[in-house]
Write a protein that binds this ligand. Sequence first.
Ligand SMILES: [Zn+2]
Length: 315
Amino acid sequence: MILKTYILGIAFCFCYVFALGQNAFQVVPLGVKGGSDESNLSAYLVGASGTNAYVCLDAGTVHAGLEKAIASGTLKGNVTTLLKENIKGYLISHPHLDHVAGLIINSPDDSPKPIYGLPFCLDVIKEKYFSWKSWANFGNEGEKPMLNKYHYTPLIPGQAVALEQTTLRVQAFELSHSAPGQSTAFLVEQNGDYLLYLGDTGADEVEQSNKLASLWQQVGGLVKAKKLKAIFIEVSFSNEQPTKLLFGHLTPSLLMKELAALDKASGNSIAGLPVVITHMKPLDDREEKIKTQLNAQNTLGVRLVFPVQGELMKF
Ligand SMILES: [Zn+2]
């Protein structure tokens, strides 16, 4: 009887450790920066753990990022096959070039798939890029003739939608990006676990907005329940940037203020949450400054993560 209890105890421990060690998401950063290096701009492949089916959250850099991920052993195969077969769709936060250039440039080599986004964003892609004026119309709407490779899939804020050919679901939320400029946060779900990706965003106090406050209300409960596995959010500038030159972006101080609001909305349970810092705009020693300032101001105890192009992340 004692032996049986002992064996059961060991089995239980193994299961517990195994469950704790399981990740819901795998993320391959194809591009991690803001700014002018066109080979490394915002784009993140997100998939359920253990699968090869990804969606691409923003698509500033695609080709160069896939090359990096292959070189580092994160992804197997060649760029064309990965582009065609493993990227099952794009979620675009806003239509600025540093978030869509990779999608547009790679479109001739791509396979048919959806582009998800809020209508303001899809309209710009449709009317300004896939328009036969700046690029061929690879979309299924807009200027004729339509090549019908990409199908526009408009999202409605707060409504969950299944992402085709994956086990993931997504909800979109509006963000303010240099008001009246808009952007989007995507809350990706895999079997009850969540990952939150924010496109470029300013702080509510600077944007005269309540978009982040209402997002924090939406996800606070998930943080409290430990269901939110990571937040991807931008810090484009260091604290030295004058407010009037922020252009809808965050600094370390502004991010920490916003995270304090999320902490409050989560019943003070944000400590330990992985916060992935995206979209740093390189200039002289600015990236090092941003990291130093974030670490110095991290009184909430979040886990700051600085993504590297092509290197696998698990959450
Ligand atoms: Zn940007």
